[in-house]
Design a binder for this molecule. Structure first.
Ligand code: SF4
Length: 544
């Protein structure tokens, strides 16, 4: 008889269990020096001595802690993405991400962003689906002056990328909407004030994404964040938040899970702090592709996760609480809506989030001219103008229409998202933004006869990462390089169908399914989307 010895499971690289010795090259460079320390070197050395003075660990590693990635070298097509090194793929220019917690801006801040775009970014500006603004073509020499302008205007790039607490998504209608359950503005401000830039939280296993809303439209895509606080009313404790954890997309998508815990407004920042420390200490660091919080939550389950959170980090038990009600409200806030103070807010749709120096400047002027001085970006690549007097709302809409920003967009202009794609992203295989814009133009003509009671969402990614959340769209398209049976290669989009978030499209959230073997090219994308739309409309049930 032979006896078999069971091999002990391999350590996952959890600091609290296995110690802090670095187990992969990313952990090595993070242990060698905190990413936040690179700012001093950028200001004192790299901005003065130029691009070639930046060592690799800072260039491809720590500069992300300040929102800086090298952008893709122009002219390298997607067939070479997988074979080239980061150095070979990198241009001597950077993408810079400005974190805008809660997406909240004044028109003066918009003008500052427009000025930076004009003076340092060749007019580029993209609103992201995480309420950030991204510039391209940034030189390292210009970074200190950009930081000076941003910080003078109350904005920052700290921890906009990297293994850090990223921008806090917040309801774009926080504090103004008449039907709000609770205003998350103070909680977001407290987290940013107390914890962003805290060096005890700047070496996480991977990024940590947060979302907070008190609006019944569930407008912050709470199912795909590492932590989400969603407004609910507790029968005894009043308005507060339902706690969710462990959502994330990319190549191993998982929706967040409720922990069944009720968090009061006073507890919210401390609960956030407890969860991020739990992630820092127990998150997996051996393999980078298992380092997001979702893998830990999947292994532990919500009950154990909540117990460790309460017992080891918070020091008290949270009350059990109710789950958020289903949402029937559109979460993108497009169109005209009344505020609780009698003014209006108006949601506009830039095409796939792309704006420019000129558009930013002109939209700030147009908003100011009707006395509206607050702007908010949304997690759906849209923008809102707050505080619009009802009698001047039509005037504002007409001014924005001239800028290509529509308050009543077609269903596809409204519900199409596209990531950065091959234009600037080093990981991309295919072009995305102009492909999406062309598809929208074509579908607006071809489907002019079709009436949709809600938009069909179309999300387009340039690679298997999921920056444009393809698994949560009705139609998700993932760019890849496809090998044909005859050995030739072709750029194509793998199709995912039937995804949706409770907050956007449907009462129950679900991830889209890959339709095996079904791929579309940029050229036949309009045909495909038209076919899916028409056959869905022809065959759907009355309550679908
Ligand atoms: Fe780049 Fe891929 Fe993200 Fe698109 S999905 S921005 S191509 S990493």
């Amino acid at each position: 008889m032979t006896t078999t010895t069971k091999r002990a499971p391999r350590a996952e690289g959890q600091w609290a269990v296995d110690g802090t010795a670095p187990l992969n090259p990313n952990e090595v460079f993070k242990a060698a020096d905190d990413g936040l320390h690179v700012r001093k070197r950028i200001e004192e050395i790299y901005a003065k001595q130029g691009f070639d003075s930046i060592p690799s660990d800072d260039l491809h590693g720590r500069m992300r802690w300040w929102g800086l990635y090298t952008q893709r070298r122009q002219g390298i097509d997607g067939s070479r993405t997988a074979e080239l090194t980061p150095d070979q793929l990198s241009d001597r220019y950077f993408m810079m991400r400005v974190r805008l917690d809660g997406g909240a801006l004044s028109t003066e801040q918009i003008r500052t962003l427009a000025g930076i775009s004009r003076d340092f970014a060749r007019g580029t500006a993209d609103i992201t689906d995480r309420q950030n603004l991204q510039f391209h073509w940034i030189t390292v020499e210009s970074v200190p002056e950009i930081w000076r302008r941003l910080e003078d205007a109350g904005m920052q790039t700290i921890e906009a990328c990297g293994d850090t607490p990223r921008v806090i998504l917040g309801s774009p209608v926080a504090g103004i909407s008449a039907d709000e359950i609770i205003d998350p503005t103070p909680v977001i401000a407290e987290i940013v004030e107390r914890f962003i830039g805290d060096e005890s939280l700047s070496n996480l296993p991977r990024k940590f994404k947060s979302a907070i809303t008190g609006h019944p439209s569930l407008d912050v895509v709470h199912e795909i964040n590492d932590i989400s606080l969603v407004g609910v009313v507790h029968p005894e404790l009043g308005a507060g938040y339902d706690l969710w954890a462990g959502g994330g997309l990319s190549v191993a998508p998982r929706l967040a899970q409720r922990l069944g815990a009720f968090v009061t407004a006073e507890q919210a920042a401390d609960v956030w702090h407890a969860e991020i420390r739990l992630f820092r200490d127990y998150g997996y660091r051996r393999l980078r592709n298992r380092a997001r919080l979702k893998f830990l939550l999947a292994d532990w389950g919500p009950q154990r996760f909540r117990e460790v959170l309460e017992n080891e980090y918070l020091g008290y038990r949270l009350a059990d609480g109710p789950e958020p009600g289903p949402s029937s409200l559109p979460a993108d806030h497009i169109g005209v809506h009344p505020q609780k103070d009698g003014l209006n807010y108006v949601g506009f749709a830039p095409t796939v989030g792309r704006v420019s120096e000129d558009i930013l400047e002109a939209l700030a002027d147009a908003a100011d001219s009707v006395g509206a001085r607050r702007i908010r970006f949304t997690p759906h690549q849209k923008l809102l103008v707050l505080d619009v007097p009802p009698e001047r709302t039509d005037e504002l809409i007409a001014s924005f229409e001239k800028l290509g920003l529509r308050a009543n967009p077609s269903p596809f202009r409204r519900a199409t998202l596209a990531c950065t794609g091959i234009e600037y992203c080093k990981l991309a295989f295919v072009e995305t933004k102009s492909t999406a814009a062309a598809v929208i133009d074509t579908l607006e003509q071809r489907l002019a006869d079709v009436s949709l009671d809600r938009p069909i969402s179309l999300h387009i990614n340039g690679c298997p990462n999921s920056c444009a959340r393809i698994q949560t769209a009705d139609i998700g398209l993932k760019g890849q390089l496809q090998k044909n049976p005859d050995g030739t290669e072709e750029f194509a989009f793998q199709v995912h169908l039937g995804g949706g978030l409770a907050s956007v499209d449907r009462e129950d959230a679900g991830l889209g399914r890959t339709v095996r073997g079904l791929k579309v090219t940029s050229a036949n994308m309009p045909d495909y989307v038209e076919r899916v739309t028409r056959s869905y409309l022809a065959g759907r049930k009355p309550d679908e």
